[in-house]
Design a protein around this ligand. Structure first.
Ligand code: MRU
Length: 379
């Protein structure tokens, strides 16, 4: 998508220099556009852990590029591609990357795809890793585009019912293009509606503590010209009670094949309010975000806990640049749960690259029949 009229993706290989992967360092947005060079696996891991690059799909793409950097440096240094030590080093690199953030399943998925590609091409694992990084990134962008094509039909339907009055869509956190490689998931149907000339207006939850909504979603929508309003996190229920929200679309960091969705902390409360007010609540995700093993999201999905300073301090723009200020008494401890899980029963539908389905195992398998477990042979 565009920033100041120029097309960007969130991660790419530096043109003319295969030793460098470049990302938009999202810690500086919306105040400054900073491009960061990553040269090592450690650079990539820090970028994920400290959220220079964040969001489920982008983390999946970072897995691909991080493994490529690991292979690039290992081959340049001590190992030949066929050396058992190289394979060990790649396994270790994968485990190290996976440990950076636990909730988004895309990270594990991306690392596993890269490792499998390298194993399958022992003669040229570097080529395999690079090819896989590019494939993950291109696939992510294309799947998000298709999510937009499917999701826009729901918006079009509501627009028709409203006689063409603007469709009010509430979203939480940033499931926009900055959280993926391009387009985003929750935002893709919004961008598609905007392109088609369907009037929309987006309520953007600020999304404490890191304010991905206020900082990133608002920035993206603004750069694209989509009408939007930033609201404090607790406003959504009130708006729904007064008929000011026609639908909710959020992204997800992990969705069980039974339809439970982990997303940024606060999503569950929005889903409860939506249910209470008869507002449709959709979760948009690419298939890389499905967990095909877990069956009970609330009990099983690991929820990342981050440093309390993200709650007790806040960053903002001053005439001297970006500054951090304290919000709480110095002695008060803070807890920082990064995600919550919205049970399937509160979700109206899942918008995927293959279409829209109910948030249930039969619904998900109707779109992904190849993932249906084989029936067990009787003893
Ligand atoms: O902690 P983050 O910013 O990596 O959080 C992930 C998210 O961006 C949201 O939960 C988002 O809605 C999921 S879709 C990428």
């Amino acid at each position: 998508m565009k920033i100041h009229g120029t097309h960007y993706r969130t991660v790419w290989l530096k043109p003319g220099d295969p030793s460098v992967v470049q990302i938009i360092d999202q810690r500086h947005l919306p105040f400054e556009l900073v491009i960061e060079d990553l040269r090592t696996l450690e650079d990539a891991a820090v970028a994920v852990k400290d959220m220079h690059a964040r969001g489920a799909g982008l983390i999946g793409a970072m897995a691909g590029y991080g493994m490529y950097l690991a292979a690039f440096n290992a081959l340049r240094g001590k190992f030949g591609p066929a050396a058992p030590a190289f394979q060990d080093e790649m396994e270790k690199a994968g485990a190290y990357l996976k440990a950076t953030r636990p909730t988004a399943v895309n990270l594990e998925w991306g690392v596993n795809r890269s490792l499998a590609a390298m194993r399958a091409n022992p003669a040229d694992p570097l080529h395999a890793a690079l090819h896989m990084a590019l494939e993950i990134a291109d696939e992510d962008a294309e799947y998000c585009r298709r999510i937009g094509e499917h999701g826009v039909e729901i918006i079009a339907e509501i627009s028709k019912r409203k006689g063409g009055a603007p469709v009010n869509i509430l979203t939480h956190c940033n499931a926009g293009w900055l959280a993926f490689v391009d387009y985003g998931t929750a935002t893709a149907p919004m961008y598609a509606a905007f392109e088609r000339g369907i009037p929309i207006h987006v309520w953007v939850d600020e999304t404490r503590p890191r304010n991905q909504g206020a900082r990133l979603t608002a920035y993206e929508l603004g750069q694209h010209g989509v009408p939007h309003t930033v609201i404090a996190d607790n406003v959504g229920g009130h708006l729904m009670q007064h008929g000011m929200v026609d639908m909710v679309i959020t992204g997800a960091d992990r969705v069980t094949h039974t339809g439970d969705a982990a997303n940024k902390i606060g999503t569950y409360l929005k889903a409860l309010a939506a249910k209470d007010n008869g507002v449709p609540f959709y979760v948009a995700l690419p298939s890389s975000t499905f967990d095909w093993v877990m069956t009970d999201g609330v009990a099983q999905i690991p929820v990342e806990q981050r440093g309390g300073e993200e709650v007790t301090w806040i960053d903002g723009w001053t005439p001297e640049g970006v500054r951090s200020v304290r919000l709480t008494p110095a002695e008060s401890p803070a807890a920082n749960f990064g995600f919550d899980v919205t049970p399937a029963r509160l979700i109206s539908g899942l918008i995927t690259e293959r279409g829209i389905c109910p948030a249930s195992a039969p619904g998900v398998y109707s779109l992904y029949p190849e993932k249906r477990p084989e029936p067990q042979a009787a003893d």
